[in-house]
Design a protein around this ligand. Sequence first.
Ligand code: ACO
Length: 431
Amino acid sequence: MAEPTDTATLSLKGKSYDLPVFSPTLGPDVVDIRKLYDQADVFTFDPGFTSTAACESAITFIDGDKGELLHRGYPIEQLANKSTYIEMCYLLLYGELPNAGQLSDFQQRVTHHTMVHEQLHNFFRGFRRDAHPMATMVGVVGAMSAFYHDSLDINDEWQREVAAIRMIAKLPTIAAMAYKYSVGQPFVYPQNSLSYSGNFLNMCFAVPAEDYQVNPILAKAMDRIMMLHADHEQNASTSTVRLAGSSGANPFACIAAGIACLWGPAHGGANQACLEMLRAIGTVDRIPEYIAKAKDKTSGFRLMGFGHRVYKNFDPRATVMKESADEVLDLLGIHNNPTLQVAKELERIALSDDYFISKKLYPNVDFYSGIILDAMGFPTSMFTPIFAISRTVGWIAQWKEMIAEKNQKIGRPRQLYVGEKHRDYIDVNHR
Ligand code: ACO
């Protein structure tokens, strides 16, 4: 850690405490409160971590007010337009863009790890066919720790590297298998001749009975979806992976924990929830009813695909995703389906409505990704698994960064206890 750049002073019960302040390369300064409890016997209180930096990281930077997202310093718009998902994986993991040789070597390593242990197939067969693919993925990814014993030692850098490559390579295979199992079709093995995203589409949509050609425009759109979801600094699922990893848990267990967290509708589950909401609205004339419900605090209803904890201007990923959505819909000749009409009108109304403007609620990346995935032929239940595939590299990069830290500590938040004070046990017959 660099030297402090300033000091903050906290006054409490007649005493004052000096707290070191550190300056990041970008973003707000941080007040270091690590010694506060020892010195002042107080905790800080920040449920939801809205003002708490839980780690140092050099991977991703977000400026929510400017609507800026940088990976290793590179703006997401440039990466989404010029790079590929596999190149971004390299960048996130190793910190620099690869040269041509490094890229082809990395691609080769990922490609040659895409098959899963044949015995893992039995795991899928143990699930009900109507299981949500995220449920299957949590189980199967967690179970990988029972198969790949040679990459479980987190203190061995080489083993960490192998685990990282294995997960980036195998997650698409596992997600596609979860999908195939749910529709009762045979598993399709990975094809080394295809790109990362092309191979994923092939594993999802090919069947043994006929030829399937991956459409390059759809493969590019899929690659973009993956790039736009690859990492997002300390979001809920990434923090879950870091917290799980801080105890020394093996990498497969940590990623399974990340997948479980991502599933929630306030996080990765929003893309599924958003499309289901658009379908439930059904027709443009019913939008006002849903807008009114979203504004009514007692309804508990939120417009899915709107709002973000960090972006309070616009979500730069949503801008790129919107372009992709237009391209894919054009390619597939989808111009006027009812869900799309509802989406466009909802976007228009929400962007001009005072409630949404004043609370800075803009369509987020999930609003548009669901529309593309639906057009490609994915059922809504596959939307979040595709997010999980994409985010795996972010989780792994952050996990590797944390493990490599010299003074890494187990994550252990404190609390503001509001329960009963000390009381004595009363025997059951006397209660
Ligand atoms: N619809 C209606 N009102 C909303 C919405 C929404 N989607 N999102 C936030 N608000 C309102 C809240 O009611 C609150 O109002 P108040 O100030 O009057 O109490 C205000 O806006 C701020 O909301 P918070 O919940 O405090 O904001 P927070 O940063 O905690 O939540 C979140 C962010 C969880 C993403 C929220 O906007 C939401 O639930 N959105 C819908 C789900 C969604 O699309 N999630 C995907 C996130 S992107 C991703 O994971 C890739």
